[in-house]
Design a protein around this ligand. Structure first.
Ligand code: FPP
Ligand code: ZN
Length: 484
């Protein structure tokens, strides 16, 4: 049976360049639906793996030259793409990766986009996450060669009076930098109250009237001649348009800041974000039937495979805060219950997981291997990872398990006299409490299409997240006793 003609995205009969591109995109996408609506294409895992491995072994082709300052990202997209697809590296390639990453470490702290370049928060994330995948403890293993002290100083040197961070010295403020800093601080045990004081309020100020988040907000301080910032009274309006990439970075940062906020004295005013408008905006980013259920990054723009992670990935982050979500999700923020069993009848339909898998399988895969934004574009390393990670988010329920959190807290083996002990213990237990809910995965097109679950905050596998955090927090992970 052929597909019934899906309804096209509505227009207002006032045709512009962008409404024409929207119509053309739908026409192309609809041609990618299989003739039989009941059979989805398979994930061409082998071809995608070959695409990723080719970059690793032969190097990136010259069309990547413009990404010379993003070398850690190219490596991270490749290594994490392989991890989501279920493939590990051999020892030689691991060592090559470690040595390459260490050449990006800046002598004054943090990592750069390439050897000899300036340290920057974004390549710092790419480098640390790549080391989480390829590295190991001990001499030459990469982990113990990270200069954490200098990195912390680098982070503090970027801090602004309103709680935000410059992405690099003499550069701009951007929530992507905040996200990259927080992930690096989480993985390397560098989080202190001093580092993140004011950061949650900054993140909250980036939420726009639409509900999603923009890249930054108007600073609420101005420089004065004595070098002391002049703090303004008025609220800080967000700067620019709500966008899926910034929204992911903001929501993930928001979740990572919760352990810090929870330890604040009760008389300290806590910043808030508007979950209702956020959920409305996120759900409206999922494309219609004629867009095959892919996600877009901003209002009235085109669907694109990478938002399968940046936007759809936000739903599990929200579920961790008691918003939406399905079985077993922790509901501490909504205050209703923490009992897993009571969630069996929850409606888990804020977004359409089946439709997103359809977009990725039908439109996201390039016939020659690798994944892409949309047809007829070519595949690239960035879209290969974020389509695979989005497929993973659509297939698996990963949520912070109260049972696992309790096990991790109970097994915590660090002196209570150590600095910021309570915050560090909470960060460790919260981060590693994320657990895949067994038996609830929703893999469209058969088991062959299954990819690994990935950590909703870091976009590393759970195993890689556990390995690097156990090392830096000096903890032995307790065996998982109970499900959920
Ligand atoms: C617009 O591109 C893209 C942006 C404004 C920023 C995107 C940011 C991310 C994807 C987040 C990256 C995250 C980290 C951690 C570095 P466009 O105009 O080409 O695309 P669009 O039409 O889909 O908005
Ligand atoms: Zn994209």
């Amino acid at each position: 049976m052929a597909h019934p003609s899906p309804k096209r995205f509505p227009d207002d009969s006032y045709y512009t360049e962008t409404s024409d591109i929207q119509a053309e995109t739908e026409t192309v996408l609809l041609k990618h639906l299989p003739a039989d609506p009941n059979s989805l294409p398979s994930l061409q895992k082998n071809q995608h793996l070959q695409f990723l491995v080719r970059h690793l072994v032969q190097g990136f082709p010259s069309r990547y030259a413009s990404q010379d300052a993003s070398q850690p990202w190219l490596l991270y997209w490749t290594l994490q793409g392989l991890s989501v697809a279920g493939v590990g590296l051999d020892p030689d390639n691991k060592q090559r990766a470690i040595d390459t990453i260490l050449a990006w470490q800046h002598p004054d702290g943090g990592f750069s986009g390439g050897p000899g370049q300036a340290a920057h928060l974004l390549p710092t994330y790419g480098s640390i996450c790549s080391l989480a995948i390829a590295g190991r403890p001990g001499p030459g293993g990469g982990w113990d060669q990270i200069d954490r002290e200098k990195m912390y100083k680098f982070f503090m040197s970027l801090k602004q009076p309103d709680g935000s961070f410059l992405v690099a010295h003499h550069a701009e403020v951007d929530v992507r930098g905040t996200y990259c800093l927080l992930v690096s601080a989480y993985l390397l045990d560098l989080l202190t109250p001093e580092l993140v004081e004011g950061t949650a309020a900054f993140i909250a100020s980036c939420q726009t009237y639409e509900g999603g988040f923009s890249s930054a907000s108007q600073p609420y301080f101005s420089p004065t001649s004595d070098g002391q910032p002049n703090l303004l009274e008025s609220p800080r309006p967000s700067l620019g348009e709500a966008h899926g990439g910034y929204t992911f970075c903001s929501v993930a940062s928001w979740v990572m800041l919760q352990p810090f906020l929870a330890l604040q004295p009760p008389d300290v005013r806590r910043p808030t974000i508007n979950y209702r408008t956020l959920v409305r905006w996120l759900t409206q980013m999922q494309g219609s039937e004629s867009e095959l259920g892919g996600f877009k990054g901003r209002t009235n723009k085109l669907v694109d495979g990478c938002y399968s992670w940046w936007v759809a990935g936000c739903f599990s982050l929200l579920a961790s805060q008691g918003i939406g979500g399905g079985q077993g999700h922790d509901t501490r923020q909504s205050g209703s219950t923490t009992d897993d069993e009571t969630w069996d009848d929850v409606d888990d339909s804020l977004w359409n997981r089946t439709a997103l898998q359809q977009y990725i399988l039908c439109a996201g895969q390039h016939p020659n291997g690798g994944l892409r934004d949309k047809p007829p574009k070519v595949a690239d390393a960035y879209h290969t990872l974020y389509c695979l990670a989005g497929l993973s988010a659509a297939q698996h329920n990963v949520f912070p398990s109260p049972a696992r959190r309790a096990e991790l807290q109970h097994a915590w083996a660090t002196s209570t006299d150590s600095p910021h002990h309570e915050l560090r213990q909470t960060v460790f237990a919260e981060a590693l409490s994320w657990t895949e809910e067994e038996g609830t995965s929703n893999v469209e097109g058969g088991h062959i299409n299954r990819v690994n679950a990935t950590h909703p905050l870091f976009n590393l596998t759970i195993t890689h997240s556990e390995g690097i955090m156990a090392h830096f927090y000096h903890q032995t992970l307790p065996k998982r006793q109970r499900r959920g």
